[in-house]
Ligand binder design. Sequence first.
Ligand code: AMP
Length: 221
Amino acid sequence: MNILIFGPNGSGKGTQGNLVKDKYSLDHIESGAIFRKHIGGGTELGLKAKEYINKGELVPDDITIPMVLDVLSGSTNGWLLDGFPRSLVQGEKLWEALQKDGVKLDYVIEIKLPREIAKARIMGRRLCENNANHPNNIGIPAIAPDGDKCRVCGGALSARDDDQDEEAINKRHNIYYDETTGTMAACNFYKNMKDGGFKYIQLDGEQSINEIKDYLISQLA
Ligand code: AMP
């Protein structure tokens, strides 16, 4: 089973991606995480990638595309690809490579969420001192904190610095929502493809986490 997942930062892509990954025991292949591993290991690729990542820019395709394709080809369990493709060119190159290697794509999942809502969600996220998995968000009524405390355990809450950096959020969303050459262009490339042999599943990111989960499960084999 091989799956692509698209969704802007703040859409719950991580949560829904984990569900899919666990259901099919897939390798979770995340381009950002691969870069972070290279940076941590001090590799040449990591050094090159770091200068772009620190500026919030995309790492150039001549570094990113071969790196991701290499990891994909090493997966024997099937994969959930997350964070790639992030541009139309990456989307086209990925499709070309899959065709060439005779690799079947089974699902393409898109979580749709308007840009302003995605931004409000990121800025509303609060982190519990006791458990990073306790969901708290001042922008989502269903998981609003209990006063200024964690809604699950009453722990103290704080906001992540990068979640409050509006400029950085805008920069990432500029890339994601670009329908000409950006991530949405890649997403539309798959959405509009005829006879790709995969099922395209569109999720409404404005629904609750559980509603999205239930719908997603109903659409998967
Ligand atoms: P992420 O963890 O997905 O937020 O990725 C962290 C950073 O890694 C991004 O801001 C980019 O600089 C870089 N990156 C991740 N995926 C890609 C990609 N598909 N193409 C180019 N750069 C990427």
